[in-house]
Design a protein around this ligand. Structure first.
Ligand code: 9MJ
Length: 670
């Protein structure tokens, strides 16, 4: 390629990439998949590496600079960056509208209504369409030069689109961190062991304050423009809303929720509409900004001190407030999870009075270092449950005591426990604990457990609420006479239910074990326990060593089984169920003839067409084989399905017999 051809290709690639950026960021309407975009960027980057003499500063590859700064330089704003006056009520808005109408001498004024983004105000200076400087608002007169950091934000064009932009234009707007990006960033912070950011605004500010633009480049920042400062050479349209449309045509992102509304009525309607949408918007907003749309009217209105008289920010009720943590109570949920609940000095936040907030679990209390008597920041965003964001350490008085979840359940007195590295503390009371009773009974009655026909969730609630049953064992003492006294219970349904209960008494050991609702014991594990131990007595008396010797039973399941059968109440309930007449066929130890694969170790890898992996395992175990998760010298056979992993190749290396699906099903059939 000649030098001219190279430059042509480079320009074509840059134009194409910029066009796709525009479609993606400004119009919110991408045309090509990310993979194709990445390919274009890759081609540009490769070509530029080959011909570094043709790299231009506005090339899409040049967003991230390589040298960190020592400090940010000062930038003087030629036209000050203003702040906004606030309105907190409908009355404030009506007063604002009246002042405006009186000043411009009109009966009706149009306002450009925009979401008020909670980010950082930034000024972008474009000369001949090229971004030459970006600065923070600072105190409004002097800000900091953050050009290198701002260049990393893909929603900000390094070069304006089209031809009709002024030779000098200063665009103003807000850098924000979208909620989704914020959540992801905080997740990463926690994983790295770093402190999470308190809110998207702080995260955006912290990201722009980095001296190394490489760090800023990793942060999910975005930008919306909302106005202009210095403009030279070409006059802009006469309406604010038209200026915004112009900026959009030049490749700058404007908020798609923006809208021109009529008079104070229009302002109030827009406020109501956006307040309802607030939590579903991609970015954090803390109110609405209303601007007189007519620029000539803006000039008539002018400024008072540092705020324009032609604009106002109507604030949503604050979503964060400070209050006192009075006590921590414990709620026991339906699954037995103990949830610490903060009792707060009532405080008006997010539009409602909040006096409780969840503290989630012990780890969360420890992370916050929340102690009774502390002052805390409470956040309530929309319909979301109020959260405690942080403790105001500087307000702590004396030595308030730390809080620990109790060793026994506050509802039933059973031991509490944490399993593995789960954060949640559970009550082990199971069937006995009132808080867990309804769920336990629903589970017990369900189709895959005791399969009690006609005993639905609603009826279980009713039976417990009316005090007719307390535990699953009480189900078998119900009679038609008592049932028909319930609301909406006809004699026929009552009789049917009694029949179903009677029928359910004939079951299997696996179903019964599953029905007990032991934590983390699903159907498959219940079946495994039944196959291995053969009797309920054996399961109930198994110690940790015996349980761990069962294939597929790990320490968590073992601990849950032992804890469950250690509880006196659970033993009583089991005893009552058995005396009520629950029976199952005795499981015979299989003879050698029935266990042709006894002693053989199998590994299953890849996807089988005719059965699931668990099904295959169960079939092998039924025939006496052991199924292991990893291939070793001890492995006898490896069953290989579609797309097998490294296990198949390892087996081949070790010279282990491989069975394809056909060979495997034949083996099972034999
Ligand atoms: C925000 N923060 O979203 C203005 N703003 O206009 C909008 N801020 C503003 N406009 C003049 N949408 C000064 C500040």
């Amino acid at each position: 390629m000649s030098s001219k051809q190279i430059q042509q290709r480079l320009n074509a690639l840059r134009d194409e990439i910029n066009a796709h950026n525009y479609l993606y960021y400004v119009l919110d309407n991408p045309e090509i998949p990310d993979s194709e975009y990445d390919r274009l960027l890759g081609e540009l980057s490769d070509l530029e590496q080959q011909y570094p003499e043709f790299i231009t500063a506005d090339s899409p590859t040049q967003r991230v600079g390589s040298t960190p700064l020592d400090s940010f330089a000062e930038v003087k704003h030629e036209i000050p960056m203003l702040s906004l006056g606030n309105a907190f009520s409908d009355q404030d808005m009506e007063d604002f509208d009246r002042r405006v109408r009186e000043a411009v001498n009109k009966d009706n004024v149009d306002y450009a209504a925009e979401p008020k983004l909670d980010g950082l105000a930034i000024s972008l200076l474009y000369k001949d369409g090229i971004l030459v400087r970006a600065a923070t608002r600072g105190d409004g007169r002097t800000g900091e030069d953050v050009t290198l950091n701002i260049r990393t934000i893909e929603a900000i064009p390094l070069k304006l689109r089209g031809q009709d932009f002024p030779p000098v234009i200063e665009v103003r707007g807000e850098v924000v961190m979208p909620k989704a990006g914020f959540a992801k960033l905080n997740q990463q912070q926690l994983e790295k062991g770093d402190k999470p950011f308190v809110n998207p605004r702080n995260a955006a500010a912290g990201s722009l304050r980095q001296l190394d633009p490489k760090i800023t480049a990793t942060r999910p920042l975005s930008f919306y423009c909302y106005g202009v400062g210095l403009v030279e050479g070409i006059a802009l349209p006469k309406k604010h809303s038209q200026v915004m449309e112009k900026l959009k045509s030049w490749g700058l992102k404007i908020n798609s929720e923006s809208q021109v509304v009529k008079g104070s009525k229009g302002c109030l309607a827009y406020y109501t509409k956006l307040a309802a949408k607030r939590n579903n918007l991609p970015d954090e907003i803390d109110g609405i900004v209303y601007k007189v749309d007519d620029v000539e009217d803006q000039n008539i209105l002018g400024f008072v001190s540092r705020a324009p008289r032609w604009a106002i920010a109507r604030k949503f009720p604050a979503q964060e407030e400070m209050t006192k943590l009075l006590a921590i109570d414990i709620q026991v949920g339906r699954t037995g999870a103990l949830t610490p609940v903060a009792r707060l000095q009532p405080v008006f936040v997010g539009g409602v009075t909040v006096s409780n907030a969840t503290l989630h679990n012990q780890d969360e209390i420890d992370r916050l270092d929340a102690r009774i008597g502390d002052y805390v920041i409470v956040r309530r965003a929309g319909d979301v449950i109020p959260q405690i964001v942080s403790v105001v350490q500087s307000r702590r008085e004396g030595k308030p005591r730390r809080f620990h979840l109790p060793a026994t359940c506050p509802v039933c007195g059973s031991e509490t426990a944490r399993f593995g590295d789960e954060a949640v503390t559970f009550c082990t009371g199971g069937l006995y604990c009132e808080a867990q009773r309804k769920e336990a009974i629903k589970h017990f009655a369900s189709r895959r457990a005791m399969n009690i026909d006609g005993l639905g969730d609603k009826l279980v609630e009713q039976l417990v609420d009316e005090g007719l049953i307390h535990t699953i064992a009480d189900l078998y003492h119900l009679d038609v006479e008592r049932l028909i006294r319930l609301d909406r219970m006809a004699e026929k349904s009552a009789k049917n239910l009694i029949n179903s209960l009677e029928k359910s008494k004939s079951t299997t050991l696996a179903r019964f074990v599953f029905a007990l609702g032991i934590h983390s014991i699903g159907e498959t594990t219940a079946q495994t326990l039944a196959n291995h131990f053969l009797s309920l007595d054996n399961i109930m008396s198994a110690d940790e060593e015996q349980l761990l010797a069962v294939p597929d039973i790990g320490p968590i399941v073992a601990e849950n089984v032992i804890t469950f059968f250690k509880q006196e109440h659970n033993l009583e309930v089991v005893e009552q169920l058995l005396s009520a007449g629950i029976i199952w066929p005795k499981i015979e130890k299989k003879s050698a003839a029935q266990q042709p694969l006894a002693g053989k170790i199998f590994v299953v890898t890849g996807t089988l067409e005719t059965m699931g992996r668990n099904e295959a395992k169960a079939a092998l175990q039924e025939l006496g084989a052991k199924v292991s998760g990893s291939v070793s010298k001890k492995t006898d056979y490896v069953v290989v399905g579609e797309n097998p992993g490294s296990k198949a190749s390892k087996a081949e290396e070790l010279g282990i017999t491989l069975l394809d699906e056909k060979a495997f099903t034949e083996l099972l059939a034999q």
